[in-house]
Design a protein around this ligand. Structure first.
Ligand code: NAG
Ligand code: NAG
Ligand code: NAG
Ligand code: NAG
Length: 402
């Protein structure tokens, strides 16, 4: 009989040209049988329920829709004797995928270019005499360029260095306004058009009755269960869904992400994609000192021929609209690939059970002797070829764990 394990390089080369084919061996062992069928059941269930039904592996999919977002803020607020409308509190006025609304303002009136006292918290700003202040020095944490004089800090008793800047400085002259509590009832209209180029479909439905649609869109208010297709969102609802306290947001401002997720199953209805909305605060957590959102802008005017401005530090809620999407449609190629993968994966059961059989159950090595088998011309020439397809003791190769 031939040597079972050729060890020389020539032997390796020769065994490379041997043909290996699996043989079916039936093991009459109840434990192994139960393990084998259970593993098989798990693998098949996984593929049917998870891969095919839940993950829709029979579909060709696209996850990057082209997206365009238009936003519009609505609502009015009473502020003292004034009425604030959307032009005053919404930024930018041309609503894109980022829109913010002012919740609280800190206003510095009547600033103009001139000289005045620097704020006392700026480094080296406290002084007692002119020589304490360096002329022409610019502190980047300060407000302007020093003139070299030491002056009284507005109507207080101590002195600071004088600067050339927009005067008076914000810290001294600022007027803090109360929060716009009405903003909780402002609404933001979010129109999101998407298009999946691979399937040439988008979400733009042509409404059968355009006027009714317009009326509906103007009046409705989004609610997860009651009005899932309405694109008007109350700011209070957004803050609530983002688990933020609106009173607290009015104080610090904040950035909230509006996540729109489109799920389009094009096998069911090619034009009906359902959006789901999620809201999450994006700036640093509220317990950290530097979280929040504010920006400054100014309104300019001329007073006695001098250019003046009203500086406004605006704390607001900023909405970042972030769009995700997934569209899937039946296609033969992914179906074939997934099916083949599923069928191949059933082979895992055999590998697992072989391993269990050879490692744990096969105490007296009966199975491993039977499992590895060599057939050569020498066997086939013998008078009982059928019988010799099963090896005798000396023809079986040694298994590694021996
Ligand atoms: C400057 O003086 C004021 C008033 O005496 C004081 O409150 C402030 O802390 C001083 N600033 C610095 C930077 O020391
Ligand atoms: C400075 O003037 C403002 C307004 O004119 C006043 O409210 C404030 O009490 C004055 N401060 C001092 C220290 O006098
Ligand atoms: C917001 O609207 C509700 C219902 O319309 C009203 O009860 C509530 O007082 C309003 N809140 C503010 C701050 O105006
Ligand atoms: C929101 O915050 C304010 C002030 O921090 C607090 O008075 C109020 O009870 C809070 N509201 C809720 C619903 O937690």
């Amino acid at each position: 009989p031939p040597s079972p394990l050729p060890l020389s390089p020539a032997g390796y080369f020769l065994s490379f040209w041997d043909y290996e084919t699996p043989k079916v061996m039936v093991v009459k062992n109840r434990t192994l049988g139960v393990i084998y069928r259970s593993v098989q059941f798990l693998v098949i269930t996984y593929f049917i329920w998870y891969v095919f039904i839940s993950q829709k592996a029979y579909q060709e999919s696209e996850t990057r829709p082209e997206s365009s977002v238009y936003t519009l803020m609505k609502g009015t607020a009473v502020h003292g004797d004034d009425i604030l409308d959307t032009v005053e509190y919404a930024r930018p006025s041309e609503g894109g995928d980022v829109i913010s609304t002012i919740l609280r303002r800190e206003v510095t009136y009547d600033q103009s270019q001139g000289t005045c006292a620097e704020h006392f918290n700026v480094a080296n700003a406290n002084c007692t005499k002119d020589s304490d202040c360096v002329q022409g020095e610019v502190d980047f944490d300060g407000h302007g360029r020093r003139t070299g004089r030491c002056v009284q800090y507005y109507n207080h008793t101590f002195k600071t260095c004088e600067i050339q800047s927009w005067c008076p400085i914000e810290e001294y002259a600022v007027v803090r306004e109360p929060a716009l509590e009405e903003a909780i009832n402002f609404t933001v209209f979010i129109r999101n058009s998407i298009h999946f180029p691979k399937f040439k479909v988008g979400n733009i439905k042509d409404a059968s009755n355009k006027r009714d649609m317009q009326k509906y869109l103007n009046k409705c208010q989004y609610h997860e269960e009651k009005e899932p297709y309405c694109p008007n969102f109350r700011l209070g609802y957004i803050a609530h869904k983002a688990r933020e306290n609106f009173t607290e947001l009015c104080r610090t401002g904040g950035v909230i992400g509006v996540f729109i997720n489109w799920q389009c199953n094009l096998d069911i209805d090619p034009s009906n994609c359902k959006p789901t909305y999620a809201f999450r605060r994006l700036d640093l957590r509220k317990d950290q000192a530097n979280s929040g959102y504010y920006y400054r802008f100014a309104k300019y005017y001329r007073k006695d021929g001098v250019e003046s401005r009203t500086l406004i530090k605006a704390y607001g809620i900023r909405l970042d609209v972030i769009v995700h999407g997934h569209a899937g449609k039946f296609s033969p190629i992914p179906t074939i690939i997934s099916t083949v993968t599923a069928m191949t994966s059933v082979g895992i059961c055999t590998i697992i059970c072989d391993w269990i059989m050879l490692t744990f159950i096969d105490k007296n090595e009966v199975y491993s002797d039977r499992k590895f088998d060599e057939v050569s011309k020498w066997h086939l020439q013998s008078p009982h070829p059928q019988k010799l397809l099963f090896p005798t003791e000396d023809t079986a190769p040694k298994t590694p764990h021996q």
